[in-house]
Design a protein. Structure first.
Length: 210
């Protein structure tokens, strides 16, 4: 199954992608993680993307689509994948269609802006592998350390309050139109995000089975 997860920054897309991966045995392709790795490694693409990411702005389509095309050509995507963080604009969605990538379902995770603010200021990510945690909602077993690889958990620059406000504004202006785009194509499924990760996962998996 080829899936896209839509939702505002902090809606829980990354966390729910992990749940779907385990259930359907398909990889999650997170643009954010790929970009952050490129920034950390100081690649040409990473340097281009860095200034956009730190401002909470969108990375140019040419960079995003190039990364995705390479990633989806890898063998582990042969039986399906989950796109997390892309497409972010209608132009990106059209570019994916032009590349011949078939999408089966598009899940829109609906979460209020106020909830997003609370979530993101408490979010921590592993500096080594990119796994995501939250100080209240999804704490690691050992404080400050990743359950998966033991790496250090850090607060990202783009999770600071002012940056979050900018990211939400960008989302509403540029990404929300995708909801109508995929609704018109009969592929949209809306799932209300709950405070409980498990409750949201249950609703999401039911929606995928429908």
């Amino acid at each position: 199954m080829n899936l896209i997860l839509l939702g505002a920054p902090g809606a829980g897309k990354g966390t729910q992608a992990e749940v779907i991966c385990d259930k359907l045995h398909i990889p999650a392709v997170s643009t954010g993680n790929i970009l952050r790795a490129a920034v950390k490694n100081g690649t040409e693409m990473g340097l281009k993307a860095k200034e956009f990411i730190e401002k909470g702005a969108l990375v140019p389509d040419s960079v995003i689509i190039g990364i995705i095309k390479e990633r989806l050509a890898e063998p582990d995507c042969a039986n399906g994948f989950i796109l997390d963080g892309v497409p972010r604009t209608v132009a990106q969605a059209e570019a994916l269609e032009q590349m011949g990538i078939t999408i089966d379902k598009v899940v829109d995770l609906e979460v209020a802006d106020e909830t997003i603010m609370h979530r993101l200021t408490g979010r921590r990510v592993c500096a080594a592998c990119g796994a995501s945690y939250h100080v209240e909602n999804k704490p690691s077993r050992v404080e400050g350390k990743c359950d998966r690889c033991g790496g250090d958990l850090v607060a990202r620059k783009d999770d600071q309050p002012e940056t979050v406000k900018d990211r939400l504004k960008t989302y509403h202006e540029l990404t929300e139109p995708l909801i109508e785009f995929y609704k018109e194509r009969g592929k949209l499924v809306v799932v209300e995000g709950h405070e409980s990760i498990a409750d949201t996962s249950e609703l999401l998996l039911k929606a995928l089975e429908a």
